[in-house]
Design a protein around this ligand. Structure first.
Ligand code: SAJ
Length: 450
């Protein structure tokens, strides 16, 4: 790296004259862009979705953690949403925050990174700092981005800077946000790490520099695979406790009193979201390429994906105890988002439970205060019902899939005939009409033989 390029960019980072770009304005990129804008940089937010860009220009936020007043404060002032990648030719730093989903065969879908890279190749220039934030398998930064840019005459650490810095955005988390969550960063060279750290520490309270992009890529996958494996473990314990007639929730509460050496996770209807169901599969895929088969990762995925079926079994048990088949019963799902108090439906287990119930002939409805509709497997729009206590009685069973704080649990309890509780939301209620996962068929309920 020519010293003057390093010195030049350092100066611009420190005097706020550096022009920053964020590619991908989703739940990661938009908050990141706004943190740079808050810090006084001119920020270009690049996203191919024209609707997102026009929403932002009208100060409308599509991310629940980003509020209108922030957009009013920065959009058009020093935050410029655009669909134009050509701005990159004038930018000093760009952060890539595009999705890294899975293909149907559970393999990494790198198409978003690759198309962003195609655009970057057109407009890259000497001295630019490029940081990849999208969660991906170890090696992506060097094997894809560094390699592709070398073909264009760009050599990381010589005439531009290249880092990986994983996002740690937790949607809906009121305590931790982009600014106060420690952020790992690894550059291709020491200088890359230093300049990347210098940029991000202008907006992030604590940066954690590591020795390479691979360590940074792997740290993110370690974090989320840890969660997937532990959630799968407690889901398996829930199914075991169900068999043993032991209340797993009470068991977890008891185990959680251990002040060391134990970390509580809770069973649920399965795992959803943009991270936990996907990230471990990136690691498993990379491992397979090295002829290494991580049984932990695959087993965790299998157990977590089996939970919707387990919930259906619990619904069948509960209805059966009231001499009702699933077929023809009217069932209401409460909470469709993948976790409480957010509107994100991605990979939500509630969607799978909805489809399984429909397949078994139930008349299925859902309510979610944050998610008004979704497209079912036939690509038909399904709308949240406007439930009220009177109509709750019209359902043969109510399933608490995601316990948004919106729900008045006393009302739901009083007005429901049968409740299948996948979150122990009704722990303060005891009644034979409550059937919770991780416990045997309600101990006091009897099989009513007609
Ligand atoms: N879940 C359980 N039992 C648990 C914890 C979660 O069933 O004990 C389920 C949730 O209901 C959800 C899924 O797993 O459907 C994922 O839950 P999550 O709490 O991991 O939430 P996410 O997907 O939003 O994960 C994010 C991640 N953040 C990033 O990747 C940057 C994750 O690393 C965080 O640890 C997590 O938030 C968090 O701690 O909230």
């Amino acid at each position: 790296m020519h010293e003057n390029q390093f010195q030049n960019l350092s100066r611009k980072i420190n005097d706020r004259s550096a022009r920053v770009g964020v590619i991908g304005l989703g739940y990661v990129g938009l908050p990141l862009a706004l943190e740079f804008a808050k810090s006084g940089y001119d920020v270009y937010g690049i996203d191919l979705n024209e609707d997102k860009i026009s929403q932002l220009k009208q100060f409308n936020s599509y991310i629940s953690d980003v509020h209108k007043e922030e957009l009013v404060r920065f959009v058009g002032k020093n935050f410029y949403p655009t669909t134009e990648y050509s701005y990159i030719q004038e930018l000093d730093c760009i952060s890539i925050c595009v999705p890294t989903p899975l293909t149907k065969s559970q393999e990494p879908d790198m198409s978003f990174i690759l198309s962003a890279l195609e655009q970057i190749k057109k407009y890259v220039h000497p001295g630019i700092l490029i940081t990849l934030e999208s969660t991906t398998y170890p090696g992506t930064t060097e094997e894809i981005i560094q390699a592709e840019l070398e073909n264009e005459g760009y050599y990381a650490g010589e005439n531009y800077f290249l880092c990986f810095s994983p996002e740690r955005v937790d949607p809906g988390n009121k305590k931790f946000n982009t600014k106060n969550t420690p952020k790992v960063i690894g550059g291709v060279t020491k200088q890359c790490t230093n300049i990347g750290t210098m940029l991000y520490e202008q907006i992030i309270d604590r940066m954690v520099p590591v020795s390479s992009p691979k360590v940074a890529e792997m740290s993110k996958l370690l974090e989320n695979t840890f969660r997937s494996v532990n959630i799968a473990f407690i889901n398996e314990m829930a199914m075991l406790c169900d068999k043993l007639g032991i209340d797993v929730w009470e068991t977890i509460e008891a185990a959680s009193t251990k002040p060391f050496g134990y970390m509580p996770f809770t069973p649920g209807p399965g795992i959803g979201g943009h991270c936990i169901p996907l990230d471990p599969m990136y690691l498993a895929w990379k491992a397979k390429g090295e002829n290494f088969y991580s049984r932990y990762i695959d087993l965790a995925q299998e157990i977590n994906k089996s939970m919707p079926n387990y919930v259906i079994g619990k619904v069948a048990e509960a209805l059966n105890a009231h001499t009702k088949p699933i077929n023809g019963s009217k069932v209401l799902i409460l909470g469709m988002a993948y976790k409480p108090n957010i509107n994100d439906l991605r990979e939500s287990p509630g969607l799978e439970i909805y489809e399984l119930l429909k397949k078994k002939g139930a008349k299925v409805f859902y309510h979610d205060p944050h998610a008004q509709s979704f497209l079912d497997n036939n690509n038909e729009k399904v709308n949240s019902i406007d439930y009220d206590s009177e109509s709750l009685l019209s359902f043969d069973a109510v399933i608490m899939v995601t316990n948004h704080s919106f729900y008045n649990l006393t009302e739901v309890f009083n007005e429901s005939k049968i409740i299948i509780d996948t979150r122990n939301a009704f722990k303060d209620f005891s009644d034979e009409k409550i059937y919770k996962i991780g416990d045997t068929l309600n101990n006091n309920s009897e099989i009513v033989f007609s």
